[in-house]
Design a protein around this ligand. Structure first.
Ligand code: FES
Ligand code: FES
Length: 168
């Protein structure tokens, strides 16, 4: 069965007719030509398809597009609408947080999600010794653990997220 839906993608309303079984990832890539979210596993295991849905990070391969009619989707492209890089994107550049780049749009969206979750109080950093909470390498590794990088650029990715987090 088909359904007519509108997705607000990177600030633009986009109308599309989708089979009700179509994932958000397939709607973006194959129906709307929005290709920065990547299809790695298509099973919720790699994070390459991560986008921000109403401001929160989701795996778009696990979301049915028809269930998000009228919602806001932000991809890595939408983080730099006027060509000026988002601070997290700049941090990935500054810290060599990528090699092939395939996982990078998902990594960047996930990193923005991590920092926004902390800023909004949806998540908090727990320090057992009572020290001031801070976003260190270990904390970033845990919070970014849903995003795999086959190139092994993890050190640069963690450095980028830690740096961007510290600058907020
Ligand atoms: Fe969605 Fe791998 S393509 S998690
Ligand atoms: Fe190649 Fe991460 S930069 S998979």
């Amino acid at each position: 069965m088909d359904a007519d839906i509108t997705l607000h993608v990177d600030g633009r309303p986009r109308q599309v007719t989708v089979d009700t079984r179509t994932t958000l990832l397939d709607a973006l890539r194959e129906r709307l030509g929005v290709i920065s979210p990547k299809k790695g596993c298509d099973h919720g295991q790699c994070g390459a398809c991560t986008v921000l849905l109403d401001g929160r990070r989701v795996l778009s391969c696990l979301v049915l597009a028809v269930t998000r009619n009228g919602h806001e989707v932000t991809t890595a492209d939408g983080l730099a609408p006027a060509g000026a890089l988002h601070p997290v994107q700049q941090a990935f550049l500054d810290h060599d947080g990528y090699q092939c780049g395939y996982c990078t749009p998902g990594q960047v969206c996930s990193a923005v999600g991590v920092l926004d979750e902390l800023d909004a109080g949806w998540a908090s950093i727990v320090t057992p010794d009572g020290a001031e909470p801070h976003l260190d390498d270990e904390e970033v590794a845990e919070r970014m653990s849903g995003n795999l990088c086959r190139c092994g650029a993890y050190a640069g990715i963690r450095a980028a997220v830690t740096s961007a987090g510290g600058a907020r």
